[in-house]
Design a protein around this ligand. Sequence first.
Ligand SMILES: Cc1ncc(COP(=O)(O)O)c(C=O)c1O
Length: 475
Amino acid sequence: MAAGVTVLHRYEQVASHLRHLIESGTYAPMQKLPSVRSLSGQLHVSITTVLEAYRVLEDQGLVEARPQSGYYARGLEPQPRVESQLAVEDPVDVGMGEFLMRYLRDFQRRDLVQFGCACPNPDQLPSARLARCLAKVSRELGPAGNLYDIPPGCEALRVQIARRALQSGCAVGPEEVMLTLGAQEAITLCLLATCQAGDTVAVETPTFYGHLQAIEMLGLKAVEIPSDPVYGVSLASLRQCLEDVPVKAMLLCTSYSNPTGASLSDDEKHELLEILGRREIPLIEDDIFGDLSHAQHRPHAARAFDRRDLVLLCSSFSKTLAPGYRVGWVLAGPRYMARLHQLKLFSNLGSPVLPALAISEFLANGAFEHHLRGCRRFYARQVSQMADAVERAFPAGTRVTRPRGGFVLWVELPQGYDTRLFYPRAVELGLTFGPGPIFSARGRFRNCLRLCAPYWGPQSEAVLWKFGELLQRRR
Ligand SMILES: Cc1ncc(COP(=O)(O)O)c(C=O)c1O
């Protein structure tokens, strides 16, 4: 073999042919691709080779497998956005109110299809294996497992988190990680570390209602920066807003945002830090969905581009392993870390050590990467199938996002709908959903709703169709 010449394996050649067919539009998004058997015959390769090729393309997010049906082309990356500056309104006090409480209480109901709940389906979680890890670490640690574990928290897990952070482009040591009670506490502590009551925090709109709840709880104000459901927050509008408003911090999901699923590109993450950095404004980066890319590799976090120690990255294992373990973390440099330790200590002394150690054990034996791979494929399929069904079942003129990671879909119904009014009717039909106004401090997005794909399946599909009929009737 000549030096420097790379010889592709047979399956890579097959994958390359198929990639070309998808990229050139020969197979449009959602079209069925040739069956494994027919490709094997046409290309004179084994069934195993074709399956391997499809596996590679699945990992790259270019195809999806549908049970009993075969392989389908997925949509390609969206075209680069054409930036336009959208109006930003004045900062407001936040009041998330009684409706949100009712909505959150409905999450506990096992009799409803939980399209409203951005939590993994418990049937998809590696609960038995985690329970074995918990039993093992509890046995090994003995009575020490019952003691306080003051910040920064369980070192074994912080080492694992620091190792994994490299996948998002962040080279950090365990001293740059502090454990928290889920991402929600991480966000709250970061807001406390960067702002004082009455200060203004920039958020995208629509944004995760948990961000607004934290802002409300701390007596802060929110300034809402318009965000495109496909492309994410408008940097032009942010730039304009910072000319007029004294923003103390920005709180943002940079990858696979909740509720839209939108992500910023690497260049945009870089630019975002430039815009904020010029005014020394810290970014509280919510990266909770970052690991759930539908392709083989996760995107960079904005923190990967941070040269000023101004990014505080918050995340948790709630979307991937066990929301009930309440294990999250902040990844931050020296500028904020000492203050974060204090605030965590003042809040609740520290996080429980046993769930942290159990997850550390799960990570250390390699089970997490395997589990994540399964989650990525699963959610890619769920999201795509659910979006297909929404397009068919909902009123004409409805638009739905098709995110490339995570598991939430943002649905825009034609103007005139008020999704809050449909909520009680949906519960009667047997499902929940996230009405648009809970994702805005100003109660915007009345004609929108968030749907979550973990509970998608043949049985829940029927309930979605009934909901679609209800919307069609408009009563
Ligand atoms: C975007 C986002 N951030 C933070 C959280 C809170 O996560 P945790 O359960 O880890 O506190 C959630 C949970 O729904 C979320 O969707």
